[in-house]
Design a binder for this molecule. Structure first.
Ligand code: FES
Length: 294
């Protein structure tokens, strides 16, 4: 399947990558992720050029990785730097591809295309480093093409039916909608005035009101990174005055039919409430494999 390669994709949460290497298929390519001597993330093709053993099954050396089959060692650029056999001859043919990485917002970003075009300024701007928000995050493995997940996230009319805890019955009938295409982004704006406060927002609601103004603004930065600015505020008040539960949805094609789905759910109130953290986490389905606080 053709993919948009000259773009930043979420490769994994920073907290996932410890002392051991991780094997991850991204855009149909086998990738090994590991950390270098200074803790910097590194990514190489996960196949030794000798007999194609996965390097992820080898040993992280500190500055690179050693193949577990016959011991060839590679640096973070994919260059073979040690051959433990014979006279230790090293050929330039014994190298593997390396991929540009960046670490931002507790996420490791990978550039799968032309390395000379990798520009960190094009990494999506996300609120994951906003000190006024606390977050839970995790990841899902989706058995579907990533474009179907993008479709699902931009069209939020499914929410009252699939996620009744988030939106009240009839929600989609009462919603005003507009879409915007600006620069390289597409945004879907949903707004409802005088909406019953849903179960989700009751968790964060401060007053005695039973209704408020709801907004859900989904922003898509192609190919597959989305941010949902969603909140509920007192009637007629500015959105900033209300309860907010922003979420990020970072989608990375694994194959044509499967997707890595890295999600994070934030909130601007009840920061230390572990019960709410648990509810926000379980709302992302039980198939989520990881729960950590940023
Ligand atoms: S397969 Fe890696 S050193 Fe032989």
């Amino acid at each position: 399947m053709p993919y948009l390669k000259n773009a930043w994709y979420a490769a994994g949460w920073s907290a996932e990558l410890g002392e051991k290497a991780i094997a991850r298929t991204i855009l149909d390519q086998p990738i090994v992720l590991f950390r270098g001597a200074h803790g910097n993330p590194l990514a190489l093709t996960d196949a030794c050029p000798h007999r194609f053993a996965p390097l992820s099954l080898g040993r992280v050396t500190g500055s690179g990785i050693a193949c577990g089959y016959h011991g060839l060692e590679f640096d973070g650029h994919g260059k073979c730097v040690r051959n433990p056999h014979g006279k230790g001859a090293v050929s330039s043919a014994l190298s593997v591809r390396s991929y540009p990485l960046a670490e931002r917002y507790g996420m490791i970003w990978i550039w799968m295309g032309d390395a000379t075009l990798a520009d960190e300024s094009s990494i999506p701007v996300l609120p994951l480093d906003n000190a006024g928000l606390s977050w839970v995050y995790g990841q899902l493995h989706v058995s579907a093409n990533y474009e179907l997940v993008v479709d699902n996230l931009l069209d939020l009319t499914h929410v009252e039916f699939l996620h009744p805890f988030l939106a009240s019955p009839g929600n989609s009938q009462r919603t005003s909608f507009r879409a915007e295409h600006k620069d390289e982004k597409v945004s879907a704006f949903y707004e409802i005035k005088g909406e019953p406060i849903s179960g989700l927002f009751q968790l964060l609601w401060d007053g005695d009101e039973t209704e408020g103004d709801m907004h859900a603004y989904m922003h898509w930065q192609p190919p597959s990174n989305l941010y949902l600015d969603v909140g509920m505020s007192p009637l007629g008040a500015d959105t900033a005055a209300g309860a907010q539960i922003p979420t990020t949805h970072l989608l990375t094609p694994e194959t044509e039919d499967t997707t890595h789905y890295f999600w994070a759910a934030g909130r601007n109130r009840r920061h230390g409430d572990e019960q709410i953290s648990g509810m926000l986490h379980s709302g992302r389905r039980m198939r989520s494999r990881t729960r950590m606080n940023l």
